[in-house]
Design a protein around this ligand. Sequence first.
Ligand SMILES: Cc1cc2nc3c(=O)[nH]c(=O)nc-3n(C[C@H](O)[C@H](O)[C@H](O)COP(=O)(O)O)c2cc1C
Length: 195
Amino acid sequence: MNRPSTPSARTLVILAHPDLASSRITARLVEAVSDLPHVTVHEIGPASPDGGFNVAREQQLLCDHDRIVWQFPWYWYSVPAVLKAWIDQVLTHGFAYGSTGSALHGKTLQLVTSTGGPESSYAADNPTSRFTMAQLLAPLDATARLIGMRLAEPLVLHGARTVSDEDLAAHAKRYRYLLNLPDGPTRPTGPGTPT
Ligand SMILES: Cc1cc2nc3c(=O)[nH]c(=O)nc-3n(C[C@H](O)[C@H](O)[C@H](O)COP(=O)(O)O)c2cc1C
C-alpha cells in the first residue's frame, strides 16, 4: 500500500523587491516556486505611497501559513527598506513578541536572498567587508529567536551580476526543492550561533 507522502508546509513567500520589473535574480527565483500548490506569493514592494501596510491582513496571512519565506535582494548588507518597514509594522508587540505575542511560535523562517558581491567578499579574511554572511544575518537570526520562529538555513546566491543562466537555473531548482520539503533544515541553536 502506498503511504501518503508528508504534506509540504503551507508556505508564504513575502516577496520584497522595490523594483521587481528590473530584477533578474529575484524574479527568476520566485517564478520557480510560484506554481507550487502549497505556496502563496505575496509581493510587498514597492511600498504603498504612504509606506503603510494593512497590518491585520499581513498578520492573518502569517497565521494562515506554517513556513514564512522572506525573499529579497541584499541591499547595503541588510534587507531592502520595504522589508524593514514590513517587519517594523507587522511584527507587533502582542502578536509576534511580548507575554501574549506567540502567533508565530514554532513556524519556520526561510531567508532567500542574493548579493552582488561574490562569495569571496563575504569571508572573514576579506579586508574590505570582513564579515561572513552568517555574521551579517545575525540581526535576522536574533529577530527569528525573539518571535519564536525556527530559522532555516538561508538560501543565498552570491555574485548576482555575473551568475550564468545555467547556475541561476540550478539555484532556482534548489529553491523549489527546499520549498517542496515538509520543512527545511534549520540552523543549530545554542551558544555560539550564529557563526
Ligand atoms: C541599493 C542597492 C544596494 C545594494 N547593496 C549591496 C550590498 O550591500 N552587498 C552586495 O553584495 N550587493 C548589493 N547590491 C547588489 C544586489 O544585491 C543585487 O543587485 C541583487 O541581489 C540582484 O537581484 P535582482 O536581480 O533580483 O535585483 C545592492 C544593490 C542595490 C540596488
